[in-house]
Design a protein around this ligand. Sequence first.
Ligand SMILES: C[S@@+](CC[C@H](N)C(=O)[O-])C[C@H]1O[C@@H](n2cnc3c(N)ncnc32)[C@H](O)[C@@H]1O
Length: 241
Amino acid sequence: MAHLRGAEKRRYVAEMFARISPRYDLMNSLMTGGMHHRWKRTTARLTAQGLCGTALDIATGTGDLAFALSERPGITAAVGVDLLPEMIALAEAKAAAGNRHGAKANFIVGDALRLPFADGTFCCATAGFSLRNMVDVSAAVNEMARVVSPGGRVTTLELTPMPAGWRATLGRVYFHKVVPLLGELVAGDRSAYTYLPSSVDYFLTADGLAEAFRAAGLTNVGYRRLGMGAVAIHYGEKPGR
Ligand SMILES: C[S@@+](CC[C@H](N)C(=O)[O-])C[C@H]1O[C@@H](n2cnc3c(N)ncnc32)[C@H](O)[C@@H]1O
């Protein structure tokens, strides 16, 4: 299903995430051995450093990256946007539980490809494990760049194809054999967790994603790899301050 494009992909992705939303957090923790929390904290730290104001997290899912941003010094509030009411309800439930600095994190349903915000609204914007699921990656990066103010930062945390070598071989076995099995046993949804590794195969390389950042007008673009090379944090700045 990772080969789908346009409206077909959008429908497939929305139905799939709505289906797996109740087990989404548990599956993330199992698949990454809990590392996704650390990666999100690292992303939030790199994104917010030296900046003051409101942060945006697109395709926020259950809100972890928005919460991590809201906990950074200088960040006065974080806004998480997701296409699915099911995901936003889970994020709001976490915020209401009160142990995640909920007062500084707010969540709304919205489309990352047509953000309902004026130019320059935020000091920074992030996207966690979501660009692969977008029908138009460049449009998503362009939108993030548009709503960030000059001098602000755009950052993504994403699974990208691993550089060739033994790690990539090991990674393929893990993602294509172990992850679908976990998905079947824990989430009762093998097909969703078969889509996940395939979506990485169809996604941009880390260099390709950096190019999309530059094409969106961002400067000082770079990336660093985490998780044995399976995960990349990309960053760029909006010029003009
Ligand atoms: C893999 S989850 C990532 C959730 C969260 N960012 C994280 O790091 O755990 C992908 C999310 O992207 C959302 N999504 C996909 N396309 C979207 C779009 N066009 N606009 C907003 N959200 C979108 C899905 O609803 C889903 O919650």
